[in-house]
Design a protein around this ligand. Sequence first.
Ligand code: GLV
Length: 326
Amino acid sequence: MAKPKVLVTWPYLFPEADELLQQETEVAYHKEERPMTRQELMEALCDKEGLLCMLFDRIAGEVLDAGPYLKVVSNLGVGLDNIDIEAATQRGIVITHTPGILTEATADLGWVLLMATARLIPQAHNFTKNKQFKGIRYHIFLGKDLVGKTLGIYGMGRIGTALARRSRGFNMRIIYHNRKPNPEGEKETGAKYVSLQELLRKSDFLVIVAPLTPETHGRFGLEEFHQMKRDAILINIGRGPIVKEKELIQALKEGLIWGAGLDVYEKEPEIEEDLLAMNRVVLLPHIGSATIETRSAMALTAVQDLVEALKGKKPRHSPNWDKIKG
Ligand code: GLV
């Protein structure tokens, strides 16, 4: 029997994932290390049954329509805001993604970013590497203490809970806000559910871990920053558009909050120039899940689910399988 044709929108994956793809499918990799243009993507989909895409690929109904044989779209990541799931469901196209696998790596990154921002680590590192260290000085690189402070989590799902777990060694008080309370997360970490207003008012460190939805889009702007503590630090490891970047810059300039650490951006990969120049801002290139172990496990899971769904079997992680097949 002919193997199903599959498109991967990047020139390579990880060895195990690639091996399985070669074994089970007729795979075509994008040839260049850059995102495919919409045109290229649409043209390449004309004879494919499967698509393995990245978070930067925007999969709208129009793109799906370019693949008359398309059955499965497997997203290499947990967030699904780059895919129009409703459009896929209407067309009977199964979507898969990679939740769970990247929880610990992403929580680690959130924690590292929080500490790096609070203690100005990248700034101090650059200073030292630039040979500016001339002996201890008592008034430079003064950061913020963590122990005994209040950690606020916006989005207490798997990653939020894992992040809260990490903070316990720092004897922090944990509060969180979600669409609905998470009793399991509370039991595991001692976190307390609060309103968004209370989260803003009480957090010393406010970490955004939520997915991008119509409800979270633009949730953090000047109005919210005005309610925060003046020495609070904002961390975003969720999705960029949850924070209005220009208003964050204004808040930092006006001293409404102390600092910010970002792994994601409103118009990714573009970053507001002012942010690049700011002292108490630490910026990372969307590396939440970027460890060798986690990224290769994500790739393998994405391929396994793609292959399973192409065979008509229920994949492990699909937001719309039950709607289509149920
Ligand atoms: C990372 O941002 C992901 O959604 O996997």
